[in-house]
Design a protein around this ligand. Structure first.
Ligand SMILES: NC(=O)c1ccc[n+]([C@@H]2O[C@H](COP(=O)([O-])OP(=O)(O)OC[C@H]3O[C@@H](n4cnc5c(N)ncnc54)[C@H](OP(=O)(O)O)[C@@H]3O)[C@@H](O)[C@H]2O)c1
Length: 379
């Protein structure tokens, strides 16, 4: 064997070993850690904690230390939260590729939940934007608990007074995703035709309403049982996917916002206008390695060879967009659709329900009543 061949063989073996080692490390599920004892006399709160990856049984209601605030943070007493597919991914640790940042074997961050609404109970000495007593909503890791520490410049905004805490907690991730998908990535203009695939879910129910508020002509795709719901939130046309495949119809769209990712890209291209845009929000979850990233990877490969724009994005929950959504809610242009309500201790059930991918609008968590703040010494 020539020297070059030997070197190439050696490199191939090293690469193969590297890939196998990474695959083993990524797919390894460590056993659940045991909770560490809490410091005597420290303030505690009830929260949902996850010490390993798995199904909803890994989510436990525990007493953990109440967060302490820094000088530019606020302590929010959480009134409500809501569950998102992102929480489901954090719970299962799938697709495995996400464990590179979420933690190998077990999650590096044990306190779950993202969406919250609540009331500011204390502020750090540098906080100027908010005050004690303000009702707020936002997105921050650790929302499945009685308290959360939030940076004043983080993803937090004043809660619209016409929304309940549950309604406000339904908004952050799902509504910001819908807004950014339509406005920033889809560049939706008044009078344009937009199709929203998965119009009855968390993101879809906001997307239908936001697209209408932009003056677009909206088509929603959902199953038979959700046709009336999607129509009631403003869709001009509704396609029942159990009866018709939207990619095989004659209509053409300026923008397709896809929360489901269940059709081949070439079929989707058929129903896009020339120079139309296809925005991937979500995709099938069955592949344990890269899961919903399969569609975006295919779109990235196809995109340079076609006139249409095909892209995916990860929503960035931020204060400006929460304010935009707060204003849309205040003026009645959007109203969260709430499917089911669960208590804090029922977060595992809420996650199981979300995992069926049959939620109609949002699944919310009522945090109040979870238990009052206690001192460890009192327990
Ligand atoms: N890119 C991002 O930053 C980002 C942010 C948030 C969410 N996401 C992703 O976006 C996707 C949607 O999120 P979500 O919160 O809306 O999820 P969700 O609330 O769990 O979606 C459930 C809805 O999906 C509908 N659905 C299921 N199969 C469908 C199909 N074949 N055709 C049309 N609709 C179908 C269901 O309606 P039926 O019962 O009528 O089928 C149900 O109403 C998820 O994959 C999520 O991971 C991405």
């Amino acid at each position: 064997m020539s020297l070059v061949k030997r070197i190439l063989t050696g490199v191939a073996i090293v690469v193969a070993l590297g890939v196998v080692s990474l695959a083993v490390a990524l797919s390894y599920d460590a056993r659940c850690d045991v909770a560490e004892p809490l410091a005597d006399g420290g303030h505690t709160m009830s929260a949902i904690v996850q010490r390993c990856y798995g199904s909803s049984e890994v989510l436990k209601l525990e007493r953990i230390a109440k967060p302490q605030i820094a000088e530019d943070q606020m302590l929010v007493k959480v009134r409500a939260s809501s569950v998102n597919p992102a929480d489901w991914h954090s719970m299962t640790g799938k697709p495995y590729i996400m464990r590179i940042s979420a933690g190998y074997g077990r999650p590096s961050r044990i306190h779950q939940g993202i969406d919250f609404s609540g009331t500011i109970e204390a502020v750090g000495k540098n906080v100027t934007k908010f005050k004690v007593g303000d009702d707020v909503f936002g997105a921050r890791g650790g929302a499945f608990g009685e308290y959360i520490a939030v940076n004043q410049s983080g993803s937090v905004a004043i809660k619209p007074a016409n929304l309940s805490f549950e309604q406000a907690a339904a908004m952050p991730v799902a509504a910001v995703t819908a807004l950014q998908g339509l406005r920033d990535h889809g560049h939706l203009q008044p009078g344009q035709r937009v199709l929203i695939n998965g119009a009855s879910g968390g993101v879809g129910t906001f997307a239908v309403q936001i697209a209408k508020s932009f003056g677009a002509e909206v088509t929603g795709v959902c199953s038979t049982r959700n046709v009336e719901l999607v129509r009631s939130i403003g869709a001009d046309h509704v396609i029942d996917y159990t009866k018709e495949n939207y990619t095989q119809r004659d209509e053409r769209y300026d923008l397709i916002l896809d929360n489901v990712g269940n059709h081949p890209l070439l079929d989707i291209r058929r129903v896009l206008k020339p120079a139309g845009t296809y925005v991937i929000v979500g995709g099938p979850k069955h592949d344990p390695w890269i899961g919903p990233l399969i569609g975006p990877i295919k779109a990235m490969l196809l995109s340079p060879f076609v006139d249409e724009t095909m892209l995916m994005f990860i929503a960035n929950t931020n204060q400006d967009d929460l304010n935009v959504l707060g204003e849309l809610a205040r003026t009645g242009k959007i109203m969260p659709v709430i499917d089911r309500r669960y208590s804090l201790s029922q977060v595992p059930e809420a996650m199981s329900y979300l995992g069926t991918q049959r939620a109609r609008g949002k699944v919310v968590i009522d945090i109040e009543g979870a238990g009052l703040e206690q001192q460890v010494s009192e327990l």
